[in-house]
Design a protein around this ligand. Structure first.
Ligand code: HMG
Length: 440
């Protein structure tokens, strides 16, 4: 059976940054450690005046196509995952294809284009669609281009404001992939929820605290569903577990939940029994509330064990390195987490080929998807070609006043006069609503 998966990846960060401890915390009168230690964030990315979801997506796609030596004829499908779209009819992929057609010979008239929406999980859903399209043999030898692009902004004063971010991840889905091979091992947790929504509005209406509970509940369901196809899941089975990362503090909670789940009835639980007891079983309690309280106590104890801490340091923490510097990218977030883990492995000379990743995606509304991937032979070369460190380093550091203007402008307030803080360098730039972006 032909392997199908992620063959190439490119990341494009918005070219501005807001420093949370240095700039945001003093303006808000908050302790900087709330952001650095509590949420786990250092800086957020924002788009410059000439950037938006189209330009960031097109710029990431162009870097990917150039690096892979691709022409439009090699791509049979372009799907954009976003929750920041500005057009309820024409998909963002048509705007991005329009950009790319300005610089390559040929066109994308043959390509099936679409826009995928289910909050942050839509990036992974687009990859699933591409996988199914190739596996069904409908691709005629072509690859799929999946682009996850968002400006993740909250109203000023909303608790979510600290978790903002903006950027795009472009991924090529092909046969015989270089980075990871996808599998049929997959599980879902999905329910109609209203803790985070954007009905015809740019900034979400969000109940932040409840959104964290909903994230964890759907993730637990997805893990259970995953185990129905890949049962006997053990924490040591996976080199890394990239989670959807709205902020690293959320992943601290999700990682603990996943670990507890995976050690049930294993030798790890046996080894911990003398120190923290066995996990509470639902049947042993008269009410759900008592069971939940017992679980909370067990989790607190588990968090303090050496076994858990060393697993977390090896398997989860490396997935958070990029996210700490860029914030939440919504649809791109879990794909940044995967890239961050692979970059960590490359830097530490780890031989990852053949090892497994467990990828835990999530989107508000709400749905979690857990799936397994196997790292392919060409992963290192692909990851070493990324220039995300350089891009992050070169971001313009906003003052708080400048940040407020940028924020207003990206709430589609075109009356806000905004200077450009950086210069475009041979890239697509935004030229006005309803018009195609151009390359400058
Ligand atoms: P908040 O209420 O301002 O923060 O906002 P807090 O008071 O809960 O503090 C946050 C953490 O910092 C806590 O840690 C504090 O203890 C700690 P925890 O107890 O949770 O481990 N803290 C400190 N630590 C050290 N020194 C200090 C200090 N002060 C506090 N001085 C909230 C937090 C998450 C509610 C807010 O950021 C928010 O509303 N975010 C947006 C919603 C969100 O990201 N939800 C996450 C799950 S839903 C999701 O992931 C989907 C999403 O990506 C959208 C989509 O799918 O489309 C959002």
């Amino acid at each position: 059976m032909t392997a199908v998966g992620i063959d190439a990846i490119e990341i494009w960060t918005g070219k501005l940054q807001l420093d949370l401890p240095e700039t945001f915390a003093p303006a808000k009168g908050e302790d900087p450690e709330k952001y650095t230690k509590g949420l786990g964030l250092e800086t957020s990315s924002f788009p410059d005046a000439y950037e938006d979801i189209v330009t960031m997506g097109a710029n990431a796609a162009k870097r990917l196509m150039d690096r892979e030596g691709l022409a439009p004829d090699d791509i049979g499908r372009i799907d954009v995952a976003t929750e920041s779209a500005f057009d309820n009819s024409k998909p963002v992929s048509t705007y991005i294809a329009g950009c790319l057609e300005q610089v390559y010979e040929g066109d994308f008239h043959h390509a099936n284009k679409g826009e995928r929406k289910f909050a942050c999980v839509a990036g992974t859903q687009s990859i699933d669609d591409a996988y199914n399209w190739i596996k069904a043999g409908r691709h005629r030898g072509r690859s799929a281009l999946v682009i996850a692009t968002d400006t993740a902004l909250y109203a000023r004063g909303d608790p979510g404001e600290a978790t903002q971010g903006a950027g795009a991840v472009a991924m090529l889905i092909s046969e015989d992939p270089s980075i990871v091979e996808l599998s049929t091992e997959q599980g879902y947790g999905s329910a109609d929820e209203t803790d985070f929504l954007k009905p015809n509005q740019q900034f979400p209406s969000v109940d932040g605290k409840r959104s964290m509970q909903v994230y964890l509940a759907r993730m637990r369901e997805a893990l259970e569903d995953f185990e129905s196809v890949a049962w006997d899941t053990h924490p040591e089975d996976f080199a890394y577990i990239p989670y959807h990362t709205p902020f690293p503090g959320m992943v601290r909670k999700a990682g603990l939940l996943g670990y507890r789940h995976m050690i049930r009835d294993t030798e790890i639980e046996d080894a911990l029994e003398g120190r923290i007891g066995r996990q509470p079983r639902e049947d042993d309690f008269d009410s759900w509330e008592e069971y939940e309280e017992a679980i909370r106590g067990y989790m607190d104890d588990l968090k303090g064990t050496e076994e858990y801490q060393s697993w977390y340091a090896d398997t989860i923490d490396p997935t958070l390195n990029i996210s700490r510097q860029v914030g939440n990218w919504y649809t791109g977030s879990v794909h940044i987490a995967r890239a961050s883990a692979l970059r960590h492995a490359a830097e530490n000379d780890v031989d990852l080929a053949g090892q497994k990743l467990l990828v835990a995606s999530y989107g508000s509304g709400a749905q979690a998807e857990i799936h397994a991937e196997t790292v392919a032979d060409g992963w290192r070369e692909q990851i070493e070609a990324l220039n995300i460190d350089d891009q992050m380093e070169r971001r313009y550091d906003l003052s708080y006043d400048e940040y407020e203007k940028v924020h207003d402008r990206h709430n589609h307030d075109m009356d806000v006069e905004l200077e450009e803080f950086t210069q475009p360098e041979g890239e697509f730039v935004f030229t006005g609503w309803g018009r195609m972006s151009e390359r400058k």
